[in-house]
Design a protein around this ligand. Structure first.
Ligand code: SAH
Ligand code: SF4
Ligand code: F3S
Length: 447
């Protein structure tokens, strides 16, 4: 029988895209999407466990459904994703009102699990290995212009702090032709932008073809008519060869933006993290990118408070921020994850020191952001218009090829189009501009 479902997602873009696949699967089973939890018969939580805080949020939200489940015993509560993979049936022990627990490798089976749960069973299904990236998934995309495309799943790196390889399994590349076919289909459907997803995109191909084929993939996708922007996340600095740098420089559709997770600046910490590069390697790569790809923006992930991090080690992180001139950074406080090597290390850092370093990191990075943004004032930039600004309903909001947010006034008919915007003002996390005109062939609106 058709039911209404709502998917609540935590975590990274891979999880968000998995949720689109989950929604696609449920729709193709005849279910319908609900507006929110209140009018849903099925609530699916797609979870993250990369940090303690992500877990805490999930437990809070699922526990708050206990009362609803008491009132509506037919409500089906399902928990999938990374925390489900890690905890399995423990989740149902802690929260007996949860009907279904499913892992990261078996969401394709969710419709069946839900059917059985509807017959009153408690279900927990966790597979330990990937059956491969799903071929031609039916996907209910959140956006009609920008689309995520999975190129690989899992991770073989086992950075010492990270839970991802334990919950996402070994790195599994998707066949080259399948990726190309999906992007061709997206172009036919009118999508302008695609973001290639994997935990370690630039090692794409190693497991399947015995060699890295990421640069070749970029060059092949660049030839697809209709797609205007190609993005990818995340590459690993260690596997980032000059072939990829050159492919970004030479492919006009591949955006001038590289998200290059640094994690830490100190060689000692990088070694303990098992990252496979030094501060010098990282900075040389950054310089090669700036030199080869003019106006490239570089963003990063940084963590403070890894076990054993001294004040001197932290100074190295601040030094890389200065030298690398990042446009943006996701910054995190190290969170010990049970089962990882780093969680067992003796020299854990106190919460107080972590917090102090985090605040200093924020300050240094904000400075770098605003300095970079100021350089753009007076320039005309291509913006893919995403919608109406959340903060100011009279303004439009969109992104530059370098992935910066730009707010400006313009007609709503520009939404999902490429616009020319002159930058008037720089802020730390966004730019304010003025509409100069429409860009490309798709424009039919009057300005
Ligand atoms: N595969 C991607 C992303 C992994 S998770 C990559 O390697 O770039 C995203 C980010 O979360 C990481 O880059 C890291 O900065 C952060 N992270 C991972 N484990 C963490 C932990 N135990 N504590 C705090 N932050 C963590
Ligand atoms: Fe985690 Fe490292 Fe793999 Fe990224 S590369 S998912 S940080 S183990
Ligand atoms: Fe992503 Fe969180 Fe899993 S960051 S891979 S959803 S642990």
């Amino acid at each position: 029988m058709a039911k209404k479902f709502f998917v609540k997602t935590y975590g990274c873009q891979m999880n968000k895209h998995d949720s689109e696949k989950i929604a696609g699967l449920l729709l193709s089973e005849g279910h319908e999407s609900a507006e929110g939890i209140n009018d849903a018969d099925i609530v699916v939580f797609n979870t993250c466990c990369v940090r303690e805080s992500a877990e805490a949020k999930l437990y809070g939200n699922v526990n708050s459904l206990r009362v609803v489940k008491d009132q509506r015993p037919d409500l089906i509560i399902a928990i999938g994703g990374c925390l489900a993979q890690k905890e399995g049936a423990n989740l149902q022990e802690k929260m007996p009102h949860v009907d279904v627990v499913f892992g990261t490798h078996n969401f394709a089976n969710l419709p069946n699990l839900i059917r059985n749960a509807g017959r009153g069973q408690k279900i927990c299904e966790i597979l330990q290995a990937s059956p491969g990236v799903i071929k031609n998934p039916s996907t209910q995309r959140e956006n009609s212009t920008k689309a995520w495309v999975t190129i690989s799943t899992g991770c073989n790196n086992f950075c010492s702090y990270c839970i991802v390889p334990y919950v996402r399994g070994r790195e599994t590349s998707r066949p080259f032709e399948d990726i190309v076919a999906e992007v061709e289909k997206l172009a036919d459907e009118g999508f302008l932008e695609t973001t290639l997803l994997g935990q370690n995109v630039n090692s794409y191909g190693r497991d399947l073809y015995g060699k890295l084929r990421f640069a070749e993939l970029l060059r092949t996708l660049n030839k697809i008519d209709g797609i205007e922007r190609i993005r990818f996340t995340s590459p690993h600095p260690r596997d980032f060869g000059m072939d990829v740098v050159l492919a970004i420089a030479e492919c006009e559709k591949v955006c001038e933006h590289v998200h290059l997770p640094l994690q830490a600046g100190s060689n000692k910490v990088l070694k303990d993290m098992r990252r496979g590069y030094t501060k010098k390697d990282y900075l040389e790569l950054v310089e090669a990118i700036y030199k080869t790809i003019p106006e490239c923006s570089i963003t990063t992930d940084i963590m403070v408070g890894f076990p054993g991090e001294t004040e001197e080690d932290f100074a190295d992180t601040l030094d890389v921020i200065k030298q690398a001139r990042f446009d943006n950074a996701f910054m995190f406080i190290y969170s010990p994850r049970k089962g990882t090597k780093a969680a067992e290390m003796k020299n854990q850092i106190s919460e107080e020191v972590k917090m102090d370093r985090f605040n200093r990191l924020l300050e240094a990075q904000n400075k770098s952001c605003i300095e970079n943004n100021r350089l753009l004032v007076g320039k005309e930039i291509e913006v893919l218009v995403e919608g109406v600004s959340k903060k100011d309903k009279s303004a439009l909001t969109g992104r530059t090829r370098t992935n910066k947010v730009v707010n400006f006034s313009g007609p709503p008919s520009l939404i999902d189009e490429l616009a020319r915007v002159k930058i008037k003002e720089a802020r730390s996390w966004s730019l304010v501009g003025e509409l100069n005109g429409a860009y490309k062939r798709r424009i039919t609106c009057q300005l």
